[in-house]
Ligand binder design. Structure first.
Ligand code: F0G
Length: 435
């Protein structure tokens, strides 16, 4: 690839060629590897021209890359690729819902101007597609033979879908229990070899990382793969663009394996370095209280913490997040915060967000619950602008939604339930329920 990009260890700065990145995720010292670009060789240096190129590609959609909300930023994602090399489903270009479109949610949060970027509107219903297009493009380019991931469900659905585009077989490892039904159905339907591991997500990922060392040609597409994060950076760049490049005060997102929050930190520092934005938004990463190792570390001088995870927000049921060092960097470089919220707070926030008519899966709603908490304690202020990234589609986890509205979720009060009613097929009965 004709590019000045390379890999660099986030701990010791040891450099590796980019070509190693499809297979090698950690430095010899154990630190995570980051993709580092040399933007001084960018053919366009003027940030106003860069912005207009990104926008024109979206507008005219001349090429496959231009149609994608990831590859229209290609110079800053993975420079040097040819258009035919992109493994893309035209991901990204998701809506940014302003405060007028989520009025109940804005009222519930009670203060700032909240914009929700709905990454559930990607082809497979989650933000993972943004990372996947980058990681699988590179996996194919580096002669990968099989793609694989461990997943709480969404990565699996995305791997399965994008692998179907390439002809490479996909193997997905999911915890034996607790994966949302919408996600499992996608992996099965898209034709991935679906493996239920007796254990949790952390056990499945550890198994995959160990096995990969013995299987040449296997390409892991979890967020430990640094190319995934390069694709996910575009979530915030696209949101900045939708806000006319006026960076918000806060970016709030649910955090599990800490890939997204890490990608956002990198996106912000690169956007600042390029002059695309002139202020640094603060990142808030929100964890479920039952799956809160990163929150624990933030309270303990960043001493790494591992927990046994348990939460109704199954996508973020992760006790030993892999992107720990990158996430610490994202929080410290943006003066960010880590917040934890209970399952009750998550499901109540979800009931409110859903009632605005679009909705999201439980994990995404941790961000809404976390922002409400930040406003309640005065960390986020009424006159600030907040970007909330909604990570997954509401239909991913119908059991959680129906369970709440049927008041059948164990140990949770479902005070905002919109319970279904059953009637006899008579006009009298119908009239009774609508008056
Ligand atoms: N929200 C949703 C809907 C997710 O699926 C995930 C992660 C997250 C938030 C957390 O993002 O890991 O980058 O901090 N899901 C992964 C998966 C783990 O396997 O689908 P993160």
């Amino acid at each position: 690839m004709e590019t000045e990009s390379h890999l660099s260890c986030v701990r010791c700065n040891q450099k590796y060629p980019l070509a190693a990145g499809g297979v090698k995720f950690t430095c010899d010292c154990g630190g995570l590897l980051d993709v580092v670009h040399d933007f001084s060789v960018l053919p366009i240096q003027d940030e106003r021209i860069l912005k207009s190129v990104f926008m024109q590609r979206r507008w005219f959609q001349d090429t496959r890359g231009d149609k994608s909300g990831v590859w229209r930023f290609r110079e800053l994602v993975l420079p040097g690729l040819k258009d035919h090399e992109f493994v893309t489903r035209g991901e990204g270009n998701t809506r940014l819902y302003g405060p007028d479109l989520f009025t109940r949610t804005n009222r519930y949060i009670g203060g700032p101007h909240v914009y929700c970027k709905h990454e559930g509107e990607n082809p497979t219903g989650s933000f993972k597609d943004r990372g996947m297009t980058a990681a699988i493009t590179y996996a194919k380019r580096s002669a990968g033979r099989i793609v694989a991931c461990a997943s709480t469900g969404n990565t699996a659905a995305s791997v399965a879908s994008y692998a179907a585009l390439t002809g490479m077989p996909a193997v997905i490892l999911i915890p034996e229990k607790g994966v949302a039904i919408g996600k499992v159905s996608q992996s099965l339907a898209y034709g991935a070899k679906t493996v239920k591991v007796r254990g949790d997500f952390d056990a499945a990922l550890a198994l995959l990382l160990a096995a990969s060392e013995q299987i040449p040609g296997l390409r892991i597409l979890n967020s430990v793969n640094p190319f995934r994060l390069e694709g996910q950076k575009t979530i915030v760049w696209e949101a900045f663009e939708q806000l006319a490049w006026n960076a918000p005060d806060w970016i709030v997102v649910a955090a599990g394996n800490l890939g997204n929050g890490s990608a956002f930190g990198k996106a912000i520092s690169e956007a600042r370095a390029l002059g695309l934005i002139t202020k640094t938004p603060r990142i808030a990463m929100v964890q479920a209280a039952g799956a809160n190792p990163f929150w624990g570390a933030s309270q303990n001088g960043w001493r790494k913490c591992v927990v046994r995870a348990d939460t109704i927000a199954s996508a973020i049921k992760i006790g030993d997040p892999v992107n720990y060092d990158k996430a610490v960097r994202a929080i410290t470089s943006t003066d960010g915060v880590v917040v934890q919220v209970t399952d009750q707070e998550i499901m109540d926030a979800k009931a409110v967000l859903d009632s605005d008519g679009v909705g999201a899966e439980p994990s995404s709603c941790a961000a809404i619950a976390g922002l409400k908490k930040m406003v309640d304690v005065g960390v986020a202020k009424w006159n600030q602008t907040v970007l909330v990234v909604l990570t997954g589609h509401m239909l991913k986890d119908p059991d959680a939604t129906v369970g709440y509205h049927s008041s059948s979720l164990p140990n949770l009060a479902c005070s905002r339930a919109n319970a279904p009613v059953t009637i006899d097929p008579t006009v009298e009965a119908f009239k009774k329920i609508i008056t």
